[in-house]
Design a protein around this ligand. Structure first.
Ligand code: ASP
Length: 315
């Protein structure tokens, strides 16, 4: 059977965060660019489960786990620190086939928060659990626990020190990029989305961003598509980005590029920045971002490609 004989050709799109990602900046850290590109490549490879007829849900889960384990991204190991030097992780996952969803906020000890979000979806009656309760649910479900120091890296420690010393706004893009996400279409025609983050460097007061909010940072609906976002979470929540993109496709019949670009303009109009990745059951794979760059990658039966800077592959 050739790939074109399948009911649907599978697709996978990932992001590793958006922000002020410029060549000059990465050139100051030799080897970093390669590490980041390799990490994105490994995440796309984990999504290869799709090639064997696996589900979109398993693919986005697997791709996000790889990025959570990679210290170069702001999720899981290597996540950013709060103002108090702690790490509070947010994650969400959604199945476009059933519109079932699971999300966690402010979790501190689950090695892979995306797995906990999935457990909330599959093993609880709820969509969203937070803080101590979510940590307790994770232990009760037998998910792998780690000492919170597992998540911390020297780079993030120095970043929070600089942040505090210079009183940079928590919204400063340079201190934010690294959130990870994946959207997939499987060969059965179903879509799924997953997003995971440490949130914003220097966040306080149990601040929660868009990532774990179904409809803001993460959404999937087989009638439209799957979306994962990264950027200034407050503005993404206010626009309801991920759901709004799906709603435009479903109700207005817009293609994914038009829907994503229109909604990203709404984000820009309220001074938000960042980006989204989208796949649709029709097989569209879209990046749309208004930041200088976005760590990103795409895979399908024709191969894999990754990009970082704004002037590389745009769509
Ligand atoms: N959107 C994330 C948040 O606001 C941060 C990011 O994507 O960089 O928590």
């Amino acid at each position: 059977m050739t790939t074109t004989d399948r009911a649907t050709d599978w697709k996978l799109v990932i992001h590793g965060g958006a922000g002020v990602i410029e060549r000059a900046q990465l050139e100051r850290a030799p080897g970093k660019e390669r590490e980041i590109r390799d990490g994105l490549g490994r995440a796309l490879a984990a999504g290869a489960v799709l090639d064997g007829g696996g589900t979109a849900l398993d693919a986005v889960d697997a791709a996000v786990r790889v990025l959570e384990d990679d210290p170069n991204f702001n999720a899981g190991h290597g996540a950013v620190m709060t103002y108090d030097g702690k790490i509070e992780l947010d994650a969400a996952i959604m199945d476009g086939r059933t519109r079932e969803a699971g999300a966690v906020t402010g979790v501190t000890a689950t090695r892979n928060p995306i797995g906990l979000a999935r457990q909330v979806m599959e093993a609880s009656d709820h969509v969203m659990l937070g803080g101590d309760g979510a940590d307790a649910f994770s232990r009760q479900q037998g998910l792998t626990q780690v000492n919170p120091s597992y998540f911390a890296t020297d780079y993030r420690r120095s970043q929070i020190e600089t942040f505090k010393a210079s009183e940079i706004s928590a919204l400063d893009l340079e201190y934010r990029y690294g959130t990870v996400g994946a959207v997939a279409l499987d060969s059965h025609g179903h879509v799924a989305a997953a997003t995971s983050t440490g949130g914003m460097t220097g966040k306080r007061w149990n601040r929660i961003g868009d990532t774990p909010i179904i409809g803001a940072g993460t959404y999937a609906d087989d009638r439209a598509g799957a979306v994962s976002a990264t950027g200034s979470g407050e503005m993404f929540i206010r626009v309801g980005v991920a759901h709004e993109i799906c709603a435009r496709m479903r109700l207005l019949g817009e293609d994914a590029t038009t829907a994503a670009e229109t909604v990203m303009k709404e984000v820009a109009a309220i001074d938000g920045s960042g980006g989204v990745i989208v796949v649709t059951p029709r097989g569209e794979m879209v990046y749309s971002f208004n930041s200088a760059g976005m760590y990103r990658g795409k895979a399908d039966a024709n191969g894999r490609r990754v990009a970082i800077f704004g002037d590389e592959e745009q769509r």
